[in-house]
Structures are given as structure tokens and as C-alpha cells.
Write a protein of this length. Structure first.
Length: 337
């Protein structure tokens, strides 16, 4: 009996998928499709990419898993990891293997398993916007991994994982693995400027823990003054709290950006001043009694040596940032989910 004949029937991928926020006609998306008209165009565009969506499973006697999928030809390269067009298999100890693939109307990829029950995580090639159609074990069976606390992370291109070389290397993925949580990545490159429609969507999204890490694009992409970002942060937190009044929430202020720290934008605000405004809004809310809110100041989390382009962390920087977030969540007592 050959390996092909020992493959089981195709399984519905739904129970295996993790990191899913919303579905739009069966495809995972990262903004509410019923509320898309209120979002800026750039947010809506990034939300169509399945950043952070992955498969998690256990294996019973299976020596491989097959994935049936569709993948599109990628557009302009956003970051180094867009070059990583492949499926990456991870276990509890790290990456096991990568299988390189090409865009296809429909294709099947086989990934050999290392033995043992797992659990395993399979990261698809995000840059190809893959749609998983089915999966099956070869030589045995696969089953969905046990559920984990759901951690919803909102931010900009740094949260989306730019300049990490693999989907698994972005800081939310790093932190989620360390915590054993189901990371839902709502990072929107070029956006995440405190849009209140996004806050309302977060308020309606199931979450055991929340993290907010926006603000960098308020210096240049759409210039904010410090008072404007202070009030925006206050309003954003208030709207999120209307849906999650007691959900543990960590606010991470902008990380180092050397060219912006002391340079005024068109409204006269440096990134340092914007960071101070965000932190003040969070600290005032904590002082007013929100004991399930914690602040992680971002200024000193990374050094210039961690920045690939003066703005986005490289793989080492994402690792450092992810572990700093883990430490902050644990110190705040949020690590139990």
C-alpha cells in the first residue's frame, strides 16, 4: 500500500484554523465585512490579507499532512517575508520544515511530519492570500488542536509583521507561541491611526486578552497633534471597553523611530510627544480605576540595531519586542487569559 492510498478523506479546514477574526463568504478577513464602509481604504485593503491565520492540529500515526488550497499571484512586495512563499511547519520547539509553493488556482501541498502527536502549527504563505480548502492526514489521522485563550492584537505594519522574514517571525506570533495563546493579528500596515470604527469592531469581537499597539502612523501617514492623539486614545479605549469592560488590555506605545523622535510633523508634533500623549491617556484611565488596563512604554523596547529600515524591526527585533510584550502581560497578571 503506497502513501497516497493511506491518505484519509479531505477534512473541513474550519475547526483547524486559528487566528480568524471574521469570515467573508468563507474566507478569513481581518475587519468586519458588514462594517467595511466606515473604514479607511488602506485599512480595508490590508484587512483582506490573512495575516496570522494558520492551521493547528494534532496527529495520530500520520507521517504527513496534505493541504488543498488556492493562492493568488502576490502584488508588489511589502516586506521581506513576502518572498517566503511556502508552508512552514512548527512544533513546540520551533520550525520543523518549510515546503515552497507557487500560486495556483488549486493545488495540494504535502508536508512531512516529524513523528509524535504534536501539536503542530502550519503557517501558510500569507503573501499569496491562500484560501485553505481542506486538509488530511497521510498514514493516519489529524485532529484540531485544543482551543487556547484568544488574544486579539491591533496595530500597524509593525504588528502586521513587516520586515520579518516569515509569518511565524512577527512579534504577535512570537508572543502568542510563548504564551500558548490563539493570536488574532489585526495589524494594518500604513493604517491603525486610532480609527474609532476599528475600536467598535474590536469591542464586538470575542477576546480573552487584548493588545493595542498603534500610533506610529499618526506622526507621518496622517499627521496628528499631541492633543488630538490624546483624545483619540481616550475615545478608542472607551469604545473598546464598552464591549470588553473587564477584558485584560495592554496598550503598547510606539517603539523607537529615530527619524521621528525629535522631528515635528506637519502639525508640530514629534513622535516623542505623540507617545507621551498616548501614555498619558492610558495612565489617566488606569488611575481612574481601570485595573484591567496596563501600559507598556515602547520607546526603549528596541534599539537602532533592531530596525531593518529605521522603522520596522528585523527578525531579531520582532523577537525582542514579542518577548517584551510577554513579560508585560505576565507582570500585569494577564498571562492566564
Amino acid at each position: 500500500m503506497n502513501a497516497e492510498s493511506t491518505a484519509t478523506h479531505w477534512l473541513d479546514p474550519g475547526p483547524f484554523l486559528r487566528g480568524v477574526a471574521w469570515l467573508d463568504k468563507g474566507r478569513p478577513v481581518r475587519a468586519d465585512p458588514a462594517d467595511s464602509m466606515r473604514l479607511p481604504w488602506d485599512t480595508g485593503e490590508r484587512a483582506t490579507l490573512p495575516i496570522g491565520v494558520r492551521l493547528e492540529f494534532t496527529a495520530q500515526a500520520a507521517h504527513a499532512v496534505e493541504i488543498r488550497y488556492r493562492a493568488t499571484v502576490p502584488g508588489p512586495t511589502d516586506a521581506l517575508r513576502d518572498l517566503a512563499h511556502g508552508f512552514a511547519l512548527w512544533d513546540r520547539h520551533g520550525v520543523v520544515r518549510e515546503v515552497w509553493t507557487e500560486p495556483a488556482v488549486e493545488a495540494v501541498v504535502r508536508v512531512e511530519l516529524p513523528g509524535g502527536p504534536g501539536p503542530f502549527t502550519l503557517y501558510p504563505p500569507e503573501g499569496q492570500s491562500p484560501l485553505i480548502l481542506g486538509l488530511r492526514g497521510v498514514g493516519g489521522s489529524v485532529a484540531p488542536a485544543p482551543p487556547a485563550p484568544r488574544w486579539v492584537v491591533h496595530g500597524d505594519s509593525i504588528t502586521e509583521g513587516w520586515w520579518s522574514t516569515r509569518p511565524a517571525h512577527g512579534w504577535p506570533a512570537v508572543a502568542g507561541r510563548a504564551l500558548g495563546w490563539d493570536t488574532v493579528n489585526l495589524g494594518y500596515a500604513g493604517a491603525a491611526r486610532g480609527e474609532l470604527a476599528t475600536a467598535e469592531q474590536l469591542a464586538g469581537l470575542p477576546a480573552d486578552v487584548l493588545t493595542l499597539a498603534f500610533g506610529t502612523n499618526c506622526w507621518s501617514r496622517v499627521p496628528f497633534s499631541a492633543p488630538l492623539l490624546y483624545e483619540t486614545t481616550r475615545a478608542f479605549l472607551e469604545l473598546v471597553r464598552q464591549g470588553h469592560p473587564r477584558t485584560p488590555l495592554l496598550l503598547v506605545s510606539p517603539v523607537l523611530r529615530p527619524d521621528a523622535e525629535r522631528t515635528p510633523n506637519r502639525l508640530g508634533a514629534t513622535l516623542g510627544a505623540l507617545r507621551d500623549a498616548m501614555e498619558r491617556a492610558a495612565l489617566e484611565r488606569i488611575a481612574a480605576g481601570d485595573d484591567r488596563l496596563a501600559l507598556l512604554p515602547g520607546r526603549d523596547l528596541l534599539g537602532p540595531e533592531h530596525l531593518a529600515d529605521g522603522l520596522h524591526p528585523d527578525d531579531t527585533g520582532h523577537q525582542v519586542l514579542g518577548l517584551a510584550v510577554v513579560t508585560a502581560l505576565r507582570r500585569a497578571g494577564f498571562d492566564a487569559g
